[in-house]
Design a protein. Structure first.
Length: 278
């Protein structure tokens, strides 16, 4: 007979203390850190996968809003104007996928959702490792031609929105590499595009989860969403200040390994179907 899982220890202070280092790590590589928050929500904080995804999405929205407020004075839309049509195509695809992806979660068992989460987190971790060895100044891989680029942008948006809804992430870990390697944007432009694409995508996901009653527990807001969101924003600022101290490529490699290990440790046993009694 399986031993019962220990009761989760949740508090606003604990959520905040987890949020700060996760936000710092994300800030160091230009991400929000949501992919690293999900194993914490399921592991140390003890949420079920379905609830953790919804909470992670809400925390991502808080982090995005905070990042946008902090960057609003220095944020310029001029560099993204040449990519405006691609960005709108990606937003359209991402919002559609986020809308239906949230409904998809409701039809998945907790065990199957955890298997999907494990696969996606390991894929993202591996992508971070691979990206660490890729040059950042390559030309975009998508050929010129508006119809081709719009179609590719919409397709990438569908994939990003689906991952966002299934993991509760803003999608920056996918949007930024896509803008750089697929469409030839520089890092700063890709970061701005990520904010513009992520905000409507995450908002749709949060609203859909809210309609399904995912945030009905007041304790989730006060003990997890708000404190971890504030901690993530503070951490992202700290990470931004320290960004020139450590090589981004080295960090991506290390964090990719950490994400793979943590995802495997937390979701491996949960994702296994229960054995039938003989």
């Amino acid at each position: 007979m399986a031993e019962p899982l220990p009761a989760p220890r949740r508090s606003a202070q604990r959520a905040f203390l987890f949020g700060v280092p996760i936000g710092t790590l994300g800030g160091l590589i230009g991400l929000g850190g949501a992919e690293f928050r999900l194993p914490v929500l399921v592991g140390p904080l003890g949420y079920r996968a379905r609830t953790a995804v919804a909470l992670n999405l809400a925390i991502s929205l808080v982090t995005l809003a905070g990042s946008l407020a902090i960057r609003s004075r220095t944020l310029s839309l001029d560099p993204v104007r040449p990519f405006a049509s691609i960005i709108f195509a990606m937003i359209a695809g991402a919002v559609i996928a986020a809308f239906y992806g949230t409904a998809l979660i409701g039809h998945l068992s907790n065990e199957r959702l955890e298997r999907i989460i494990l696969i996606l987190l390991v894929t993202i971790g591996t992508a971070l490792i691979v990206e660490a060895f890729l040059p950042s100044d390559i030309d975009g891989l998508i050929p010129d031609g508006l119809p081709v680029r719009l179609s590719a942008g919409f397709a990438f948006g569908l994939a990003i929105g689906l991952v966002s809804s299934l993991l509760g992430v803003a999608g920056g870990e996918l949007i930024i590499p896509t803008m750089i390697f697929a469409f030839g944007a520089d890092v700063k432009t890709a970061g701005t595009a990520s904010l513009l694409i992520s905000l409507p995508t995450v908002t749709v996901g949060v609203l859909r989860h809210a309609r399904r009653g995912a945030f009905a527990q007041r304790e989730d807001l006060t003990q997890t969403i708000a404190p971890m969101g504030v901690g993530s924003v503070i951490g992202a600022v700290i990470g931004g200040l320290l960004v020139n101290i450590v090589s981004a490529a080295v960090l991506k490699f290390i964090l990719g390994v950490i994400l793979n290990v943590s995802a495997w440790r937390i979701f491996r046993h949960r994702a296994r179907p229960p054995r039938r009694a003989t």
